[in-house]
Write a protein that binds this ligand. Structure first.
Ligand code: FES
Length: 168
């Protein structure tokens, strides 16, 4: 007589155990699925103009490293919200801003003024002063930011993350 309630309890216990055993993997699998579905909605694509200096700070023919805050950084971004670009002053009114990141694997490139080349220290990538590839593994030219000048200042159009693949 006492056997039946025990059997019923065991059955209920096993059913609950199976449900929990199935729920945990389902929850684990659902995280990347929902992330993939919601990812495009949560992407931050906004671009913003940021002042990088006064026009008078950049002599004609010079190439200077300018630093700025990326567009729309996340509150917890910290130093990762900061970015840099190489700003060339081509003439009185014309500026070009190159991404400081190599188009191969993203290492920061440096400007060698005497050679008039951008050099990537990671795998020997070399770019001409117009940003085009001179040698090494980079698959394409340095990305460019849009640049505009106001009455007194130079501004570049920044992205939420450092750019490596967009052009002006
Ligand atoms: S990251 Fe610049 S050459 Fe590889």
């Amino acid at each position: 007589m006492n056997e039946e309630p025990k059997s019923e309890d065991r059955r209920k216990f096993l059913v609950k155990l199976c449900l929990w055993a199935g729920a945990v993997p389902a929850a684990v699998i659902s995280v990347p699925v929902f992330s993939a579905l919601l990812g495009p909605l949560l992407q931050r694509n906004e671009q913003k103009w940021r002042k990088v200096g006064a026009i008078a700070d950049f002599p004609v023919g010079s190439t200077n490293l300018v630093r700025f805050i990326n567009a729309d950084p996340l509150p917890w971004a910290g130093v990762t919200a900061k970015s840099a670009a190489w700003l060339r002053r081509e003439s009185e009114t014309q500026f070009t801003a190159f991404s400081a990141n190599c188009t191969h694997l993203g290492c920061p490139v440096r400007w060698e003024a005497k050679a008039e080349l951008f050099m990537c220290p990671c795998h020997g990538g070399v770019y001409y002063k117009d940003g085009s590839v001179a040698a090494g593994p980079p698959p394409k030219s340095l990305a460019q930011y849009q640049v505009r000048i106001t009455k007194t200042d130079v501004e570049i159009k920044t992205a939420p993350v450092p750019i490596t693949n967009i052009t002006a």
